[in-house]
Design a protein around this ligand. Sequence first.
Ligand SMILES: Cc1cc2nc3c(=O)[nH]c(=O)nc-3n(C[C@H](O)[C@H](O)[C@H](O)COP(=O)(O)O)c2cc1C
Length: 124
Amino acid sequence: MDAVEKNLVFMATANQQGMPNVVPIGFARPLNENTILIVDNYMHKTIKNLEENPQLSLIIQDAKSFPYQFKGTVEIFKSGKYFDEAVEWAQNVMSELEPKSAILFTVKEIYSVKPGPQAGEKIA
Ligand SMILES: Cc1cc2nc3c(=O)[nH]c(=O)nc-3n(C[C@H](O)[C@H](O)[C@H](O)COP(=O)(O)O)c2cc1C
């Protein structure tokens, strides 16, 4: 989870027809041991996919050092404490940012993507 905050992450979503979509994301940080806050500044297909299919898989850019694949579900907030936290965080980094929503990712499963015999194994 610490690595999520320090690295770029890649978010994979899918629409209802199963068409996959993956994007790099900088604003992702853990709130606790199984929840990650993600800031929607520029999302189009990603947020549309999550609205119709609230499932997410995420990997860390530096997968060589952090070979983890996260899977879970999301809730989308356009106001309230998670949205306010997202706005404050984004604007502290870049004052011109105007987040459209805050995505709360509840991690339900973690798999290893480490090459070798344990690749794909569920680790949490
Ligand atoms: C290095 C990098 C970091 C990015 N970080 C974010 C981010 O934190 N939030 C965001 O909404 N978009 C971010 N983007 C933009 C998204 O990757 C993507 O362009 C946007 O979601 C539109 O693609 P989509 O239509 O597939 O959603 C970032 C892009 C790059 C290249």
